[in-house]
Design a protein around this ligand. Structure first.
Ligand code: FES
Length: 81
Protein backbone atom coordinates (compact mmCIF):
# COMPACT_ATOMS: atom_id res chain seq x y z
CA UNK A 1 0.00 0.00 0.00
CA UNK A 2 1.14 3.54 -0.73
CA UNK A 3 2.47 5.72 2.13
CA UNK A 4 0.23 8.62 1.15
CA UNK A 5 -3.20 8.73 2.76
CA UNK A 6 -4.73 11.75 1.06
CA UNK A 7 -4.88 13.84 -2.07
CA UNK A 8 -3.39 17.12 -0.89
CA UNK A 9 -4.47 19.10 -3.96
CA UNK A 10 -8.14 18.50 -3.16
CA UNK A 11 -7.92 17.62 0.58
CA UNK A 12 -9.47 14.19 -0.07
CA UNK A 13 -8.61 11.45 2.40
CA UNK A 14 -8.13 7.79 1.51
CA UNK A 15 -11.48 6.83 3.06
CA UNK A 16 -13.25 9.05 0.54
CA UNK A 17 -11.50 7.17 -2.27
CA UNK A 18 -12.53 3.88 -0.62
CA UNK A 19 -16.12 5.10 -0.54
CA UNK A 20 -15.89 5.99 -4.24
CA UNK A 21 -14.65 2.46 -5.01
CA UNK A 22 -17.40 0.95 -2.87
CA UNK A 23 -19.95 2.91 -4.88
CA UNK A 24 -18.65 1.52 -8.17
CA UNK A 25 -15.61 3.54 -9.22
CA UNK A 26 -13.30 1.11 -11.01
CA UNK A 27 -10.35 3.20 -12.18
CA UNK A 28 -8.54 6.44 -11.27
CA UNK A 29 -10.73 8.56 -13.53
CA UNK A 30 -14.01 7.21 -12.16
CA UNK A 31 -12.75 7.57 -8.57
CA UNK A 32 -12.11 11.28 -9.05
CA UNK A 33 -15.29 11.68 -11.05
CA UNK A 34 -17.33 10.08 -8.25
CA UNK A 35 -15.82 12.58 -5.80
CA UNK A 36 -16.45 15.48 -8.16
CA UNK A 37 -12.99 16.59 -9.27
CA UNK A 38 -10.04 15.65 -11.47
CA UNK A 39 -6.42 14.95 -10.51
CA UNK A 40 -4.11 17.99 -10.61
CA UNK A 41 -0.51 17.02 -9.83
CA UNK A 42 -1.03 13.22 -9.98
CA UNK A 43 1.10 12.62 -6.85
CA UNK A 44 -1.79 10.75 -5.24
CA UNK A 45 -2.40 8.41 -8.19
CA UNK A 46 -0.36 5.54 -6.64
CA UNK A 47 -2.51 5.80 -3.51
CA UNK A 48 -5.71 5.76 -5.57
CA UNK A 49 -4.43 2.73 -7.48
CA UNK A 50 -3.67 0.93 -4.21
CA UNK A 51 -7.25 1.59 -3.07
CA UNK A 52 -8.53 0.26 -6.40
CA UNK A 53 -6.36 -2.84 -5.91
CA UNK A 54 -7.90 -3.39 -2.46
CA UNK A 55 -11.33 -3.46 -4.05
CA UNK A 56 -10.36 -5.65 -7.00
CA UNK A 57 -8.88 -8.19 -4.54
CA UNK A 58 -12.15 -8.15 -2.62
CA UNK A 59 -14.17 -8.90 -5.76
CA UNK A 60 -11.88 -11.59 -7.26
CA UNK A 61 -13.15 -14.56 -5.19
CA UNK A 62 -16.74 -13.95 -6.32
CA UNK A 63 -15.61 -13.74 -9.95
CA UNK A 64 -13.59 -16.96 -9.56
CA UNK A 65 -16.63 -18.79 -8.27
CA UNK A 66 -18.67 -17.59 -11.24
CA UNK A 67 -15.96 -18.66 -13.70
CA UNK A 68 -15.66 -22.14 -12.18
CA UNK A 69 -19.40 -22.80 -11.92
CA UNK A 70 -20.41 -26.05 -13.58
CA UNK A 71 -21.91 -25.87 -17.05
CA UNK A 72 -25.59 -26.64 -16.89
CA UNK A 73 -27.09 -29.58 -18.77
CA UNK A 74 -29.04 -27.13 -20.91
CA UNK A 75 -25.79 -25.60 -22.21
CA UNK A 76 -24.28 -29.03 -22.86
CA UNK A 77 -27.35 -30.12 -24.81
CA UNK A 78 -27.36 -26.86 -26.79
CA UNK A 79 -23.67 -27.31 -27.75
CA UNK A 80 -24.21 -30.85 -28.97
CA UNK A 81 -26.86 -29.74 -31.47
S1 FES B 1 -2.25 15.14 -4.63
FE1 FES B 1 -4.00 14.41 -5.67
S2 FES B 1 -4.01 15.53 -7.51
FE2 FES B 1 -2.34 16.34 -6.40
Amino acid sequence: MSERTSCTCHAIDIETFRAACASGAHNVKTCFKAIGCLPKCNDCIPMVRSVLAEFSEKTLPAQSVALTAPISNALIEKRSL
